[in-house]
Design a binder for this molecule. Sequence first.
Ligand SMILES: [Zn+2]
Length: 331
Amino acid sequence: MSDALAPWLQQQLSALLAQRGHAWLLHGPSGLGQYRLGLELVRAWLCETPTPQGACGQCGSCHAIEVRTHADLCVLMPETVMMALGWPLGEKAQADIDDKKRKPSKEIRVDAMRDTVEFSQRTSARGRGKAVLVYPAERMNNVTANALLKTLEEPPGDARFVLASEAAHQLLPTIHSRCLGHTMLWPDEASALAWLQQQGVGAADAAAVLRAAGGRPDDALQFLQSGLDLKTWSLLPRAMARGDASALAGWAPAQAVDALQKLCHDLLAGSVGGAPRYFNPADLPMASTAALARWSRELARTARTVEHPFNAGLMLEALVSQARNALNSKA
Ligand SMILES: [Zn+2]
């Protein structure tokens, strides 16, 4: 796996570094590299010998970030995300989780925000200012968002902020107005395919997995890392038409809903003569537009509660049954 910054992210990094701004909001749909771009931006800000292209990768500051112990960098993330991305939790939080007092939080916690506010008021340890990276910013609730807002409104001297979001519409409008916005760019297909191959994806699979991820390279990689295989993906439409629940066996409910929303999207597009985005057209059965529109609304309802399903097994069964009805309905 190559660690070089993808060319479309490098281009955005140089453009951001050429501008001033103490708070950036990087936004766009998932899978376009918000986290990586945010991290590269703070790395460049803190680097001792930065270039217009970014951090040097060699200095003490770059090294400190690499080993996740930079005194002037604060990453504010849900605990589950910190763990997945290899950032250490605070001592207390880690002890609570180790002692099974609670589970790692999927939201950005109020105590973590308090630590961040305190961090931003301290003086910089290495003398190059301080940086706060918030990701995914939409996982702040109103209390944490308001605490951050105060800090953004009265920037405490030498702290700079990057908020990276995959659902910026969920952020308070006041957060938007306090940040400079940057809309994540989509890579063209050839660059995305080349990048996937550098990450070790076979040439034959790269195009199919990029399609399954709707053209978003990070999501494509995640697709393969989450254990989904392309054969299951291509058989999914027919399996759903048969009501074959085994096709979704072992899937997390959120993953299943996401896949079915993509399937429904493609079938709806096909039913009105449009091109599918996620599936190979040859894998898609025909279905009625009205039934698909109903199914799309059902899926949207389910998506809102999918993080807390009453019973994951029952939810998958219900999803398959809805899918079968939609795919076999004549009107
Ligand atoms: Zn450096």
